[in-house]
Design a protein. Structure first.
Length: 350
């Protein structure tokens, strides 16, 4: 009989040579699980690595940021709980995953040793690490579903580039401290633009898996899009405080810090930016009859790309509406938008 562990089917004979080498079968199963579900596991990896950076690489240690680890970990735990309770994943996998999610951060908290880096080192590590994560996900896509590389690092990258450069041009923040990967005529570094592809892929991958087991989510493109935006924003709740502390991006002085120096408008922008794009993506998926996680053919990718400008317009309208409700017409965000509009009118001679 072929031994199995939930969703991961092991080849016949995998346990034949375990005698004398205990744990090798389990190791192979763990390796397969990690590789097959890599975008979801990256919520866990990001959480632990960023926690370690907060505690060891800043001087003094940013212990005040340690609690932000719970946000991306909550996405990872939800992913594993749904797979184990409603899907075919094993309860052993769930126990190991939850144990790691709760245990490893506690180990880091209890045993970290200061190893401070100067600001330039932190900036460079952040900038270039984005390419490592992007390369890892591209490799994952090429191994499991090649069309997803075009989906997230093609169409998704175009959308992310518009968002990142747009935020800078509007005056909400600048990224002039990140200099290694700036390519003219863009004002944003390529590293931060590709970061949108990484986060979008991770959040969509988790949502696709949840939709396989939750009928109410699968039947609603709007709720699915809200899930993508929420998962991405939960990750950003850990990323942005540490990136702000390191100076990866610097917020306009008129924007008050809301969460560890990060303005509330940033998280509003994340939701308003990602939900419209994800909604269009799920609607195209429905129109084309594509299953969650299935291949996207050229026609589907072209249709999504054609709808990208509409998603940007919807994102802008959503952002304007929500900021008006939260700040009012005299708030800092609306003031920045008015200033940009007047500047553009002067440029065109109006």
């Amino acid at each position: 009989m072929q031994p199995t562990t939930g969703e991961t089917h092991l080849p016949e004979g995998v346990f034949d040579d375990v005698v004398g080498r205990p744990g090798q079968g389990l190791f192979r199963a763990a390796r397969r699980e990690l590789w097959r579900q890599l975008p979801a596991w990256m919520f866990f990896v990001y959480a632990v690595l960023l926690l370690n950076t907060e505690l060891t690489n800043f001087h003094p240690a940013r212990v005040d940021l340690a609690h932000t680890v719970v946000f991306p970990l909550s996405v990872f735990v939800l992913f594993q709980v749904v797979r184990a309770t409603l899907g075919r994943a094993s309860k052993r996998l769930l126990a190991v995953s939850v144990g790691l999610a709760f245990g490893l951060p506690l180990v880091v908290l209890a045993s970290y040793r200061p190893s401070p880096l100067d600001v330039s080192q932190l900036l460079r590590i952040y900038e270039w690490s984005n390419f490592f994560w992007a390369g890892l996900l591209v490799a994952h896509g090429l191994a499991h579903q090649r069309s997803h590389v075009a989906l997230f690092f093609g169409v998704g990258l175009v959308y992310g580039a518009a968002l990142e450069n747009g935020g800078i041009l509007l005056g909400f923040f600048h990224e002039t401290n990140l200099t290694d990967t700036v390519v003219k005529p863009f004002v944003a570094p390529f590293a931060t633009m590709v970061g949108w592809s990484v986060v979008l892929l991770m959040a969509t991958f988790v949502t696709w898996e949840l939709r396989k087991h939750l009928g109410w989510l699968r039947r609603s493109a709007a709720l699915s899009a809200l899930a993508v935006g929420s998962f991405a924003t939960l990750l950003d709740l850990q990323i942005d405080p540490i990136a702000t502390a390191a100076g990866c991006w610097v917020w306009h002085e008129s924007l008050p810090g809301w969460f560890h120096g990060v303005p509330l408008v940033n998280f509003i922008a994340w939701m308003c930016a990602l939900v419209p794009f994800a909604y269009v993506m799920f609607r195209v998926q429905e129109r084309r009859g594509l299953d969650d996680g299935a291949a996207w053919d050229r026609g589907a990718l072209t249709e999504l790309f054609a709808w990208t400008p509409a998603a940007l317009v919807l994102a802008a309208l959503c952002f304007i509406g929500v900021t008006l409700l939260t700040e009012g017409v005299v708030g800092p965000s609306w003031t920045l938008l008015n200033h940009f509009t007047l500047s553009m009118l002067r440029v065109v001679g109006l």
